[in-house]
Write a protein that binds this ligand. Structure first.
Ligand SMILES: [Zn+2]
Length: 500
């Protein structure tokens, strides 16, 4: 029996959107649990689709747990100093009071940038290592979009990442972390560690593991694990995080340095050779809508339009209007768009009541430059309280609270409006407002890749659309200040020359 400290702290920081992510955002119950502490960590996180849940299930009841803090802020702008220090302070403080422990496991994202630290997980792990000392093993799990740094590798004894994007294996990742930790508890801390940073960034829409080349890269990583090699992880990175070590990584922990280097070299070589294969066509909004209408005319399943740059899961505001405008302008029929975040519009719809007509300037309140509210007369087709349980393969089984919701109709387009941001990666918020996704001709989704888990199986075809939004797909447009010079900004793209 071991005494194991467990906790979690997630954020995926898009450094190029203006809004900061504060403590209140982490503390609120939104499309994921609120910040929880002590025994509530086990209560809220058991039997969910998060990595910590899989970890606890795999380790079982034979161990003693010291639950610390678990908080997930999704994706958004810089994490404030206040939020980082309060959450980290509480996590490390609880850990220090809970000493001695035999091991620690943390469920992290790996792309957090704060007002003070470009590598926030590296700083968190430095403090955790200082609290537990040199002999206690630390194992972490990370999101597939982690920007792994040398500090994150140095302070840990095992590092496993999601192997899917859309992420449908969060729980399995926690189970894999538990197996690595169990091995380290019985054998001792491993002596070998390796980190390779890829020489190019990969845009999110080209990172999907349902497609090549990511699919076979992940399979190869899994084949290289075993025996003295504890973990071989490929993490695709989150491009809009401004840090020196932004971008894809290969990470290995093994019992000897030679074993770690050999596995890391083999996988890094594979990623480098596949560089030309990371590419995907992107369409302008009007072209995409017209193409969708053409396909939908004699299709029995909906055509999905991915509003890739307004993905709340990558820091988008969820309220940009470019794709909505194109749908109405081109006369699309039986089209549904979501999840569109506008608390004021939802409140106005609730005041007016179902079946009322309301004039609303919808969305367009958060930029980027050039995005305007969409002013029109809408019919309030349906109202909802925003409380539901998700159902899809990626984020299913979560009790979520999106605040007051409304289905607003304009022309042949129904807009699923929420009061809190959520990426369109689950069908439940559509059904909450009486919209059956598979019965639509066109489904416009504010998501980059995650929608594919729940929506691709019902789709006739998927088209990726470049309407303006907070997650800019083209990394050559990012005003990087800290990225390492020489890295290519997209596969086969130009090298980053340094800050302008
Ligand atoms: Zn991710």
């Amino acid at each position: 029996m071991a005494r194991i400290a467990v906790g979690g702290f997630h954020h995926e920081t898009n450094c190029f959107v203006p809004a900061r992510t504060d403590f209140e955002y982490f503390a609120a119950h939104r499309d994921r649990p609120p910040l929880v502490r002590g025994p509530d960590v086990i209560k809220w996180l058991s039997n969910t689709s998060f990595a910590l849940s899989g970890f606890l299930a795999q380790m079982g009841s034979a161990h003693d747990y010291v639950p610390l803090v678990w908080a997930s802020g999704g994706a958004g702008g810089y994490v404030t100093r206040d939020a980082f220090e309060r959450i980290t302070g509480e996590l490390v403080g609880t850990l220090s009071r809970g000493m001695p422990v035999d091991a620690a496991y943390l469920d992290l994202h790996g792309a957090m940038v704060t007002e003070d630290f470009e590598d926030a997980e590296g700083e968190l792990l430095r403090r955790v290592r200082a609290a537990v000392g040199e002999r206690v093993p630390i194992v972490i799990s990370l999101d597939y979009h982690a920007n792994v740094t040398p500090e994150m590798v140095r302070y840990t004894d095992g590092l496993v990442g999601y192997q899917t994007y859309p992420h449908v294996d969060r729980k399995e990742t926690g189970q894999r972390a538990a197996k690595v930790l169990a091995a380290v508890i019985s054998r001792g801390r491993p002596g070998g560690r390796a980190l390779h940073k890829t020489s190019f960034l990969i845009p999110l829409n080209a990172q999907c593991t349902m497609m090549e080349p990511s699919k076979t890269i992940i399979e190869k990583a899994a084949r290289l694990e075993g025996g003295d090699v504890l973990n071989v992880s490929y993490l695709a990175g989150f491009p809009p995080s401004d840090l020196y070590h932004c971008g894809p990584s290969v990470v290995v922990h093994a019992y000897t340095q030679a074993q770690a280097d050999a596995a890391a070299d083999a996988l890094a070589r594979e990623v480098a050779l596949r560089e030309p294969e990371f590419a995907q066509p992107l369409l302008e909004p009007d072209d995409a809508v017209r193409e969708a209408m053409r396909i939908a005319a004699d299709a029995r399943r909906p055509v999905v339009l991915a509003d890739t740059q307004d993905n709340p899961g990558a820091g988008g505001s969820g309220d940009t209007t470019g794709l909505l405008e194109a749908l109405v302008r081109n006369g699309a029929q039986q089209a549904a768009l979501g999840i569109f975040c506008d608390a004021e519009a939802a409140a106005a719809a609730h005041r007016a009541g179902e079946n009322a007509e309301v004039s609303i300037a919808l969305g367009g309140k958060s930029g980027p430059e050039g995005v305007m509210p969409y002013a029109a007369k809408f019919r309030v087709a349906r109202l909802g309280d925003g409380r539901m349980r998700t159902t899809g393969p990626s984020v299913g089984g979560r009790d979520i609270d999106l605040g007051p919701m409304a289905l607003l109709r304009v022309g042949g387009v129904s807009v699923v409006v929420s009061s809190k941001r959520m990426q369109a990666h689950d069908q439940a918020p559509f059904r909450h407002l009486g919209v059956e996704p598979k019965e639509q001709k066109i489904l416009a989704l504010k998501s980059t890749v995650h929608f594919r888990a729940d929506f691709q199986p019902i789709a006739q075809e998927v088209l990726v659309v470049l309407a303006p939004g907070g997650y800019v797909a083209d990394a050559t447009k990012y005003p990087f200040k800290r990225l390492r010079p020489g890295v290519r900004l997209y596969p086969l793209g130009p090298e980053f020359a340094g800050p302008r």
